[in-house]
Write a protein that binds this ligand. Structure first.
Ligand code: SAH
Length: 392
């Protein structure tokens, strides 16, 4: 196996189990290392520190194993099995719930890999060339996991792999084929389109937050902004909302929302879905029309360079929410930008609250659910944050 040697002092983060080696930490590397190849990482004094996937770019190695351990034949199977055991322990594999995230990259000690489960189908996303090259091993391991009941594996990495690696990934079934089964989340049905949908087809990461919204929905007029598949809307309907309006700028998302709402609540006149820009829609409504508003936009800051503008975006969006919500109303507001910390997000929302002149209290501070675990050595794995606010 090819070798990489670190500069003096740069082994400290590896010893603390941080799973990334930055290119600036490397003092020397063997010739002709290919992108995606397994490499051994050594300290400057020649101790083997770790084994991982090599990649060209700022993150040069994503560590799979620390210390002297080998990556053997059984490696992916045993990591996936322990990921599955955790989801079982979290009670996510139930008759009324068959969608969950099985692998959350670094949080499941498989950096560069995402696996979402929808019934008997696993949707696999590689974020590193290393994981791209072992996709078939992963697919084979997934279908042989006892009890997980996975029959189809769909590979979808066209937008997640580094563009510069020139891997030309094809989105395709590695095993089986979609057989038309629906996904169930907490007893609610969702039609998941992993072929054409965003990410793996559904935002599983909002499951617990949608459940919380359900508790607050009774008798309220709910506005679900950036609805995508209508997840929050369906929970609000079940929670006894008086009316639910779902808004998304994509007409495809509006079709998905309408279909998911009618599947669970056929011909229910309480729901309406509107294809419109969120900012325009908020400008167009009367004050006090809604007393429960969800603001779950796409990441406004995808990279550090976009941080400043992203924070301005969150402030402006939340300001519009504060200006329009009824007295005694509740806002569920989120940011899924990894580079925006919870402190930054809270400051942006606070600034919006003070600009609106409304009195605001924090009822809940939300995050990603337990099937999106954060390795304590890798705080970068934390990305979703939310606030539930009571607005006077
Ligand atoms: N809340 C959703 C996930 C939202 S994903 C859930 O629980 O599943 C973000 C959504 O915002 C996408 O569907 C995208 O089409 C939509 N979107 C992006 N920009 C928008 C804009 N300016 N106005 C309205 N919707 C927008």
């Amino acid at each position: 196996m090819k070798k990489i040697k670190l500069k003096g002092g740069k082994e400290e983060s590896v010893k603390r189990y941080h799973p990334w080696i930055f290119s600036g930490a490397i003092s020397s590397l063997d010739n002709d290392i290919e992108e995606g190849e397994l490499v051994e990482v050594y300290s400057t004094t020649g101790n083997k520190l770790a084994t991982g996937h090599y990649q060209i770019g700022s993150i040069a190695v994503r560590i799979l194993e620390f210390g002297n351990k080998e990556i053997n034949e059984n490696f992916y199977h045993s990591r996936l099995q322990s990921a599955y055991r955790l989801r079982e322990a979290l009670n996510l594999v139930r008759k009324d719930n068959n969608c969950y995230r099985l692998v959350h990259g670094e949080g499941d000690f498989l950096p560069g890999l995402i696996v979402d489960i929808y019934g008997d189908t696993a949707v696999v996303q590689a974020h590193s060339p290393g994981m791209h090259f072992v996709r078939m091993k992963i697919a084979d391991a997934l279908v042989t996991l006892p009890e997980a009941g996975i029959r189809n594996v769909y590979y979808k990495s066209d937008t997640t792999l580094p563009f510069k690696a020139n891997l030309d990934p094809v989105n395709e079934y590695l095993v089986g084929k979609y057989d038309g089964s629906l996904a169930l989340e907490n007893g609610l049905q969702f039609n998941i389109d992993w072929l054409k949908g965003q990410k793996t087809g559904f935002f599983i990461d909002q499951r617990e937050n949608r459940k919380l919204l359900e508790k607050y929905s009774n008798g309220r007029n709910v506005l679900n902004m950036f609805c995508y598949t209508g997840g929050f809307s369906v929970y609000a309907m079940r929670g006894g909302a008086n009316k639910v309006v779902s808004v998304d700028s994509s007409s495809k998302a509006i079709e998905l929302t309408d279909a998911n709402v009618s599947m669970n609540f056929p011909e229910d006149p309480r729901h309406q879905a509107i294809a419109e820009d969120a900012f325009k829609y908020l400008d167009s409504i009367e004050k006090d029309e809604y007393d429960l508003i969800v603001l779950d936009p796409p990441a406004f800051a995808k990279h550090r360079s976009a941080l400043k503008n992203g924070l301005i975006g969150y402030r402006k969006l939340n300001l519009k929410g504060f200006e329009k919500i009824k007295k005694g109303g509740i806002i569920f507001t989120f940011s899924c930008s990894q580079v925006v910390t919870k402190e930054m997000f809270r400051l942006a929302v606070f600034t919006a609250a003070s600009q609106s002149g409304r009195k605001v209290r924090i009822l809940h501070q939300l995050t990603q659910p337990a099937d999106h675990p954060v390795d304590i050595s890798h705080p970068e794995g934390e990305y979703l944050k939310g606030l539930v606010l009571y607005v006077e």
